[in-house]
Write a protein that binds this ligand. Structure first.
Ligand code: HEC
Length: 153
């Protein structure tokens, strides 16, 4: 838990100054390539209720969330959807392309993210991380109160 928070904090700091020179490298994988190499493992068959590939019904509410929110949240990790730091070789841009590819295969009409979209995605991911940091702080405060005898449950 602590390591996750630490990661999150480092990431938040790193995103700040990097934003000014955010650019998209030409050597990155396409959304389809990333899907076939990584996402297919769970999304093809719907492991642990992962929204299935080409399942328009499953994807409709996700597409409704909008590209920036869905991509930012998925990257941080949603329930059984693993956080993407577990694939350190996959860049956020490549991840975002894969999300767009999957959304488009299920009825969406999203573009490969450009720089302004990447900024919005980073913003949404940061907001999500800030939220979980705040939640974790509350849990920690509760534990501290418990150990000092200030809370009984
Ligand atoms: C280890 C299995 C696994 C892999 C690999 C995986 N996912 Fe998922 N993904 C899931 C599961 C499970 C969910 C459903 C989470 C839930 O709603 O509880 C999910 C949900 C999602 C969602 C919807 C998130 C939301 O807000 O509900 C997106 C978008 C997504 N995955 C994108 C990707 C992309 C892109 C890749 C490849 C880079 C990928 N996933 C790889 C298991 C996986």
């Amino acid at each position: 838990m602590f390591v996750r928070l630490l990661h999150a904090a480092v990431l938040t700091l790193a995103a700040g100054p990097a934003l000014a020179q955010l650019h998209i490298s030409p050597n990155l994988k396409s959304g389809e390539q990333v899907y076939r190499q990584t996402c297919v493992a769970c999304h093809e068959s719907g492991v642990a209720h992962a929204p299935k590939f080409k399942d328009a019904q499953a994807w409709a509410p996700l597409i409704q969330e909008g590209q920036a929110v869905l991509t930012g949240h998925a990257w941080v990790g949603v329930r059984a959807m693993p956080a993407q730091r577990r694939h350190p070789k996959l860049s956020l841009v490549e991840f975002a392309r894969a999300v767009a590819y999957m959304a488009n295969q299920a009825g969406g009409d999203w573009k490969d993210p450009d720089v302004p979209m990447m900024r919005r995605i980073i913003g949404e991911a940061e907001k999500r991380i800030d939220h979980s940091i705040a939640e974790s702080r509350k849990m920690k405060q509760h534990l501290q109160q418990l150990s000092r005898g200030k809370a009984t449950r």
